[in-house]
Design a protein around this ligand. Structure first.
Ligand SMILES: C[S@@+](CC[C@H](N)C(=O)[O-])C[C@H]1O[C@@H](n2cnc3c(N)ncnc32)[C@H](O)[C@@H]1O
Length: 287
């Protein structure tokens, strides 16, 4: 199908799993240097040790897991679709992947000591789902866990950069004409024609994402049971390969609060405060 119309980021990453280039799963186009830099920075900040169990929620192209492999007790990456999991497993058979969204993690409570969720929450549209994901991190975290939540933008970046959000080809062409001029407009018509007669695909994504100012993000996380350790402007590499501050994104490091707040209207034994326990390897829930 030449034009694919989608309304959420799960389908977006499902499609990216078709790419020959594994890095397509990291969602940074051809900027592999930034993916390497960002994951290296996370690794240094959370400083995992031999006894740690590391969970990378939305592990992208598994850059962080490759760093962790053999240097921690156990490392697990989640992918939001089975297509991404299959793609990663065929390229990296020694690593462990599970299919899961951040909102429902199929892992035992209190089983993970380092949790990373980088450049993921910004892909979730509803704040209630972001809350669910933060609560799941708290649930699976050990009492002394370190929890990295990275790349939360303070505003809607797509809107700021004038990106088209919708799934009408005519709407997209009108948007290009208005915001980028005739050259972009005719360039897209040429791509569209090539897509109709060839194998090229045009993806139109109408999904919205999540953004929040640091003060409100910290309060939201606290509500879900996460206590702030530090936060800072997200760092990335600019076009010249120099380290630069992201315009809108922030990174947060949390610990788990001793008391885990219960989700509203839910009575669930998983959410009761836990006492510190000896390390247990995470198992899939129900196994
Ligand atoms: C931009 S990539 C980030 C990859 C990696 N964390 C990094 O920073 O290099 C987004 C990742 O989030 C995953 N993802 C998308 N929606 C998700 C959700 N609701 N819950 C968990 N993961 C999700 C995708 O499968 C993909 O692996």
């Amino acid at each position: 199908m030449p034009v694919l119309r989608i309304n959420n980021y799960l389908d977006y990453y499902r499609l990216r799993a078709q790419s020959k280039d594994l890095h397509a799963l990291a969602g940074r186009y051809d900027n592999t240097a930034t993916t390497e830099f960002v994951n290296r920075t996370i690794w240094e900040k959370i400083a995992p040790g031999r006894a740690d169990v590391l969970l990378d929620i939305g592990c992208g192209d598994a850059s962080l897991l490759k760093m962790a492999h053999g240097r921690v007790l156990e490392c697990i990456g989640t992918t939001s679709t089975p297509e991404e999991k299959a793609r990663l497993e065929s390229a990296l058979p020694d690593l462990r992947f599970i299919v899961s969204t951040g909102q429902v993690l199929p892992l035992e409570s209190g089983s993970v000591s380092k949790i990373v969720c980088n450049s993921v929450l910004l892909l979730i549209e509803d704040e209630s789902d972001v809350r669910a994901a933060l609560r799941e991190m708290v649930r699976v975290a050990r009492t002394d866990a370190t929890i990295w939540v990275g790349e939360i933008p303070t505003r809607d970046e797509a809107e700021y950069y004038g990106q088209y959000r919708g799934n009408s080809m005519f709407g997209f062409l009108r948007h290009l004409l208005r915001h980028q001029g005739l050259r972009a407009f005719f360039g897209m018509i040429r791509r569209w024609l090539k897509a109709v007669v060839g194998t090229e695909q045009i993806i139109l994504n109408a999904a919205r994402g999540f953004c929040l100012e640091p003060e409100r993000m910290i309060a939201l996380a606290r509500d879900c049971g996460l206590l702030l350790t530090t936060y800072s402007r997200h760092k990335e590499l600019d076009a010249a390969g120099k380290v630069a501050d992201s315009k809108f994104r922030y990174d947060y490091v949390f610990t788990r609060s001793e008391t885990i707040p219960l989700p509203q209207n839910v009575t669930d034994a998983r959410c009761q405060p836990k006492t510190p326990s000896p390390p247990t390897l995470p198992r899939m829930a129900g196994t």
